[in-house]
Design a protein around this ligand. Structure first.
Ligand code: FE
Length: 338
């Protein structure tokens, strides 16, 4: 073997070794911001030997970053917490189509597309102060506009993705004009200007600062099963309503993700998504962050989550929420719901 061939063989072996080493890494861009997800990720590394480099940020920031990085983006997987955001990333052409028998068999068809998959579900429910109102007073999202709630409604920003997706659903069900009227009336019922997150609304309702609000379910379950007595006490005053059970059902949102078109580690990326659909990971979602699994018949082992019971879900396609998100944003702005 001449020196040149020997050298190129070494180069080839080094390159192969490098490629192998590369396979052991996954670059994750995540807009999930839940402490308990730590265990979810470290468990993946334990099982597969693939190290996860995680970059966390706000949904918009991460999307911008992926767009700006373009073909050079190190990102393999984008995880986010809102249906409309996933659909937006898809529309921007950021995701690669993913074929996986595991994902197709594990995740129901309405909770995935060709390029992204939902891994957990949360519902947006109405909460009320039991000392002030009864469940019968506020059975539907539309009821929040009723004049009897003047000075009684608390809310986080209307521009937050959770509220934009809810407004997008209302536009689909009631039309744009009626939804704008609704948003204006809700704003005129506010006890105070929107601030804080869902947990802040729960606390304000419980303390009597206001008496009605909406919240994602996992924030409620988090307080219900907290080891701090003060947290559980907050929930003593809180009644929970599954909205719109006699019509289109309660608004449900998802968290999910997909493999990026420019992913340097596609194989590891698909492996990671498949892992998120495993019984073990699904239980992490249910038990760690109090969300519902998307995979059927997973034992949540979460009594507080199960205590919420069953309800009728709004089955609007995620693509509809995504399509209406921009309209919802403008409408909320016009209504002063910021
Ligand atoms: Fe959240």
């Amino acid at each position: 073997m001449n020196a040149f061939r020997k050298l190129s063989l070494v180069a080839l072996m080094v390159a192969a070794g490098f490629a192998q080493a590369q396979e052991k890494v996954l670059n994750l861009y995540s807009a999930r911001h839940y402490q308990t997800d730590e265990a979810l990720y470290s468990n993946f590394t334990r099982i597969t030997g693939i190290t996860i480099n995680r970059i966390e940020g706000k949904e918009e920031e991460l999307l911008e970053r992926i767009k700006n990085e373009g073909a050079n983006s190190p990102a393999d997987v984008f995880l986010t917490v809102d249906a409309a955001r996933l659909a937006q990333a898809e529309q921007l052409g950021l995701f690669a189509p993913t074929k996986s028998k595991v994902l197709e068999s594990r995740i129901p068809a309405h909770l995935r597309s060709d390029s992204w998959f939902a891994f957990s579900k949360r519902a947006r429910v109405i909460i009320y102060n039991k000392g002030v109102f009864a469940a019968a007073d506020v059975q539907n999202y539309e009821d929040l506009a009723d004049a009897k709630f003047k000075g009684k409604v608390c809310s986080r920003s209307g521009a937050h993705p959770y509220n934009i997706s809810l407004t997008a659903a209302l536009i689909a069900h009631n039309g744009e004009a009626k939804t704008e009227e609704w948003a204006k009336a809700v704003v005129s019922n506010f006890a105070r200007a929107p601030k804080g997150g869902d947990t802040d609304q729960i606390k304000a309702v419980s303390a009597g600062e206001c008496a009605v609000a909406v919240s994602n379910t996992y924030y409620l379950v988090r307080l219900l099963r907290s080891d701090k007595p003060a947290d559980r006490k907050i929930m003593d005053n809180i009644g929970i309503v599954w909205p719109n059970q006699k019509s289109y059902g309660t608004h449900v949102n998802i968290s999910g993700g997909g493999v990026l078109k420019t992913a340097p580690h596609k194989e590891a990326a698909v492996k990671f998504l498949e892992y998120l659909s495993s019984d073990l990971a699904q239980e992490y979602f249910a038990n760690g962050n109090n969300e519902w699994p998307v995979v059927q018949n997973v034992d949540t082992k979460n009594a507080a989550l199960e205590s919420l019971g069953k309800f009728k879900e709004d089955t609007l396609p995620v693509s509809t929420l995504a399509r209406n998100a921009a309209i919802a944003q403008k409408l909320s702005d016009r209504a002063g719901y910021r």
